[in-house]
Write a protein that binds this ligand. Structure first.
Ligand code: SAM
Length: 178
């Protein structure tokens, strides 16, 4: 987080508040997530060098940059975002901060995640689903781990050859997964 400084990923109006441990508005009803929550999610994701990672709801691009730090060397990160204007912002932010700006793309209508690039070793979801989306579980490698807010709680989902195991780690609020 010190290397991928949050202020690069915030609009000018809230850049002075980068150090606040709070979600901050980035426009289009989206937020740059709370740093302590992002740290918890990345720790639970257990992501490391060489992993291929999908960042669903990449918003400002901050989580994409953090993931790019964590998968180096040898890994790859793809971010997907439903709001095209935010993808443009994320690309500009990633470039300004020295990260790969081609890593983020606009979600295809009616498609959750990036099934054409699956499987992923890790999937980070920063928007809250009403129930666990099977489309994203299907995009996990075996073994693979996904961290996703589902109906008010944060879940860690492990996919193994033997099956899918879900664990709830506490109550969290996020913008809705559309
Ligand atoms: C909490 S915000 C952004 C978090 C982001 N990781 C960051 O740190 O800036 C969650 C984002 O999920 C996006 N989103 C909601 N549903 C989505 C979907 N089905 N596919 C991709 N992005 C989605 C929203 O537009 C929003 O930008």
């Amino acid at each position: 987080m010190r290397r991928a400084a949050r202020h690069y990923f915030l609009p000018a109006e809230v850049r002075d508040e980068a150090a606040l441990d709070a979600p901050l508005p980035i426009g289009y009803d989206a937020t740059c997530s709370q740093p302590s929550t992002v740290a918890t999610m990345l720790t639970l994701l257990d992501v490391g060098p060489g992993h291929t990672v999908l960042d669903v709801g990449c918003g400002s691009g901050w989580t994409t940059a953090l993931l790019q730090e964590l998968v180096a060397p040898g890994g790859a990160v793809r971010g997907v975002e439903i709001v095209p204007e935010l993808v443009a912002q994320a690309r500009a932010n990633l470039e300004a901060a020295g990260y790969d700006s081609d890593a983020v793309e606009v979600a295809a209508p009616g498609t959750l995640g990036l099934p054409e690039h699956a499987p992923f070793d890790r999937i980070l979801v920063s928007a809250e689903a009403a129930s666990l989306p099977g489309e994203l579980v299907d995009q996990l490698a075996e073994p693979g781990v996904m961290v996703i807010p589902v109906a008010g709680t944060l879940e860690v989902v492990h996919r193994e050859r033997a099956g899918v195991h879900r664990r709830s780690v506490g109550a969290y609020r996020f913008v809705p997964l559309q």
